[in-house]
Design a protein around this ligand. Structure first.
Ligand code: FE2
Ligand code: FE2
Length: 511
């Protein structure tokens, strides 16, 4: 089973190869494979990790997670606890490359607790701690907590016999150590630091650099050097940072190993030097380099840091209309491009349509200019959080399981985070709640108390989704039909005032 499926997956290089009819058969085969791996009475599957890696590269890392978890359970049920932890480690690692939800975070916490008590397999503890710290660091942005867990991971790794490490997890002990150090450094760099923290940072950087010695891989060294450059840039030692960065770039480009963070750090340096245009140019470049929708983690990381640089520029220039500034600087073009690549069904037209409808309703309700501006920006960017969601999870056509829903339901929260990074705080609140409903029937929180502006964006979204063909509505409905349904079926999901506004807008549109 595994071999045939793996062979099939090798037909594709990237998600762009899996279109039209191929997408349907891809989904069917993937579902069948996953169902098989979940079966109790099966034999061992061959090369599940390789299948997982392949799927990860094709933009379906959460399916890789599910496969590894099912395989872990297979071994647990047969009393092979070591293999259970081994497969669970890969499950967690794949989830971290996609989108680790709350339930995956809880699973990571429980695993770390169990492993601390486990005497037989100390080798897995640092790896699990690193996975958990990664969630805190990258996805929750709780750097304080992440740093504690990384520190613990580094201590735990010291207790491990390198030989065990190699034989049990199939990767080099030193390389894993280096990776954990680098993650820790990255997390420390974004934290507000004291002098003591800086000492710690230098110490970890030295460990990271010295540890690898002879066996050092080019890639690992480049990561440490990038960290050094970033540390200098953040401490205001701009020339020194630039020098290190140039060195990394020369080496990396010779080998075709340029990381998006190179462009990001360059942008930081130029922003500091006052070269705003140059800074924006490198930031767009960083976003583009990270924009392979197979790799959700790279996209998330670059987006996290790049957007803050835009915010720095806005604050420096004292920009009043952030929406216009970001638009003029090309940021929205980039974000919309990414959204279109990722979400096949809605894409960028949807954002534009929701913006138009929402403004139409606002006009029909004679709202003030301030409210109009707020609605314009949040309606246009309402689904931007989908950029943080793996491609396959967004486009899946087979029935969705609990985890799929959990992932999809995260997009409003992720959208809110993106907007906050751009300094759009009020808009962030609207985006976060654009799937909530007045009667509490919405998601992700099921809250009832939502603002007028939010409701306008929400109804415009629901309306446009229904009149456009997509995953849910294969055959689009007529505007009147949708209005009738919203009126009839709403039962308090939207307020009468909003529905009236939508009605006026639709009538006005048909003239
Ligand atoms: Fe949405
Ligand atoms: Fe939407």
């Amino acid at each position: 089973m595994g071999d045939t499926f793996l062979k099939y997956l090798k037909n594709f290089d990237s998600p762009t190869d899996i279109v039209d009819e191929k997408f349907r058969s891809f989904t069917e085969r993937l579902t069948a494979y996953l169902d098989f791996v979940k079966r109790e009475d099966r034999d061992e599957v061959s090369k599940p990790i390789e299948v997982g890696r392949r799927l990860r590269d094709l933009g379906a890392p959460m399916e890789s997670y599910k496969i590894m978890k099912a395989d872990a359970n297979y071994y647990k049920n047969r009393g092979n606890i070591e293999k259970f932890w081994h497969q669970m480690y890969y499950a967690g690692a794949f989830a971290n490359l996609g989108y680790p939800t709350r339930s995956i975070e809880v699973e990571a916490i429980i695993s770390c607790k169990e492993l601390r008590r486990e005497k037989n397999f100390p080798v897995f503890l640092p790896l699990f701690l690193n996975n958990y710290a990664g969630i805190l660091h990258i996805y929750r942005e709780d750097y304080g907590a992440a740093n504690e867990v990384y520190r613990e991971a580094i201590l735990a790794i010291e207790d491990v016999n390198p030989r065990d490490f190699e034989s049990k997890v199939g990767r080099e002990y030193l390389w894993a150590h280096k990776l954990i150090c680098n993650n820790y450094i990255d997390s420390l760099l974004v934290t507000e630091r004291t002098e003591k923290d800086d000492e710690e940072l230098e110490r970890i950087m030295d460990i990271a650099e010295k540890r690898l010695g002879e066996t050092e891989s080019e890639y690992a060294r480049a990561l440490t050097l990038l960290n050094r450059a970033e540390m200098r840039a953040r401490n205001g030692r701009i020339e020194a940072a630039d020098k290190v960065l140039t060195e990394v770039f020369q080496k990396a480009s010779e080998r075709g190993l340029v990381e998006p963070s190179y462009y990001r750090i360059k942008a930081l340096i130029l922003a500091d030097k006052g070269d705003d245009e140059g800074s924006v140019g490198f930031m767009i470049r960083a976003l583009e380099e990270a924009g392979h929708y197979g790799n959700t983690l790279a996209e998330t990381l670059t987006m996290r840091d790049s957007l803050s640089v835009y915010n720095v520029l806005v604050n420096k220039e004292g920009v009043r209309d952030r929406y216009r500034f970001f638009k003029e600087k090309g940021l929205f073009d980039y974000l919309m491009k990414m959204l279109r690549i990722k979400d096949w069904y809605l894409g960028s037209e949807h954002s534009e349509n929701v913006r138009k409808t929402a403004l139409g309703i606002a006009k029909a309700l004679s709202l003030k200019n301030v409210q109009m501006r707020l609605i314009r920006t949040s309606a246009f960017l309402h689904d931007i959080g989908k950029c943080a969601i793996p491609w396959y999870s967004l486009n899946k056509i087979s029935p969705l399981d609990d985890l799929d829903w959990e992932i999809l339901w995260a997009h409003p929260t992720e959208g809110g985070r993106i907007l906050r990074k751009l300094g759009l705080y009020e808009e962030a609140g609207i985006v976060e709640n654009h799937h909530e409903r007045r009667d509490g029937s919405g998601y992700p929180r099921g809250i009832k108390n939502i603002s007028l502006e939010t409701e306008i964006v929400a109804v415009s979204d629901a309306y446009n989704a229904a009149i456009t063909p997509n995953r849910k509505y294969r055959v689009p409905k007529l505007p009147e039909e949708v209005l009738y349904e919203i009126k009839k079926g709403a039962k308090g999901a939207f307020s009468p005032k909003i529905i009236e506004g939508l009605e006026k807008y639709i009538q006005g549109e048909s003239y």
